[in-house]
Design a protein around this ligand. Structure first.
Ligand SMILES: [Zn+2]
Length: 257
């Protein structure tokens, strides 16, 4: 392998890494977007549930109102019966007993009417709260629908972009020697297998050496290592972060990176 060819291989590997870094970003976004959509859905569901709870509260109050009104009607019927009986009784005692029954019904009515008044207030309050909640839920849903549509559009665009880049990557790959490619792929695969490694994979397998510094770990490359790397005779690795070094050529006329 001539020196020039190794330098070119390093340049190509670096380009591959740049491509993969973009692909990793796209992949990350493709994973994030469905999560964002699920969050929007959860927000909408939460509001819908609050509306349901409020509706149930209102329904309960209305049920109690109907029950109390039915009680008043029954009391009225009963009162009517007592009054009819009063017209046909012969003794004073019987008349007074019926009178007491009627008074008892009047007390019951007064109690029920107090409760009905409270229930009416509750009803008004709950209706207003429900209306407000429904308006909020509607707004929330409309916003979520718009956002979801945009996210789904973004998802399609990104997926198309990824497919395009994968195709270009496949066409690019044969330019790199199989041995370098394999080394690179093995390393990437090992990194991506772990959660913390994924971040490492994004930082890259190959590190640029600029101004005598490793651009990945930001540590100065030892002069001997730098000299060695600038010969491009054999792969040289950063002594600190262990990445394959692609260093700036000693002569400025060679393109870099
Ligand atoms: Zn380094």
């Amino acid at each position: 392998m001539s020196n020039e060819s190794l330098r070119q291989q390093l340049a190509l590997l670096y380009q591959l890494q740049e491509r993969d870094s973009e692909l990793l970003s796209i992949h990350q976004k493709l994973q994030d977007i469905p999560r964002q959509i699920a969050q929007l859905e959860a927000g909408v569901t939460k509001y819908a549930e609050e509306v349901n709870v409020k509706s149930a509260e209102l329904a309960e109050v209305e049920k109690q109102q109907r029950a109390k009104n039915a009680e008043l009607e029954m009391n009225a019927e009963q009162r009517e019966k007592y009054k009819n009986e009063q017209r046909s009784v012969t003794s004073n005692e019987a008349y007074t007993a019926l009178e007491r029954q009627i008074e008892f019904l009047d007390d019951k009515d007064a109690e029920a009417e107090d409760i009905i008044l409270n229930l009416m207030e509750d009803n008004d309050r709950l209706k207003a709260e429900l209306e407000e909640l429904e308006a909020k839920a509607k707004e929330k849903k409309e916003n979520a629908d718009t956002d979801t549509q945009q996210l789904q559009q973004g998802l399609r665009t990104l997926a198309a972009e990824r497919d395009e880049k994968m195709k270009a990557r496949k066409a690019f790959l044969p330019q790199i020697d199989k041995i370098r490619r394999d080394e690179y792929h093995r390393w990437m695969k090992a990194q991506l297998a772990s959660q913390t490694g994924a971040a490492r994979a994004k930082a890259g397998f190959i590190a640029l050496g600029k101004d005598g510094t490793c651009s990945t770990c930001q540590i100065a490359i030892q002069p001997q290592t730098l000299k060695e790397a600038q010969k491009y005779e054999k792969p040289v690795y950063c002594s600190s972060c262990k990445r394959l070094l692609y260093v700036e050529p000693a002569t400025p006329d060679i393109p870099f990176p």
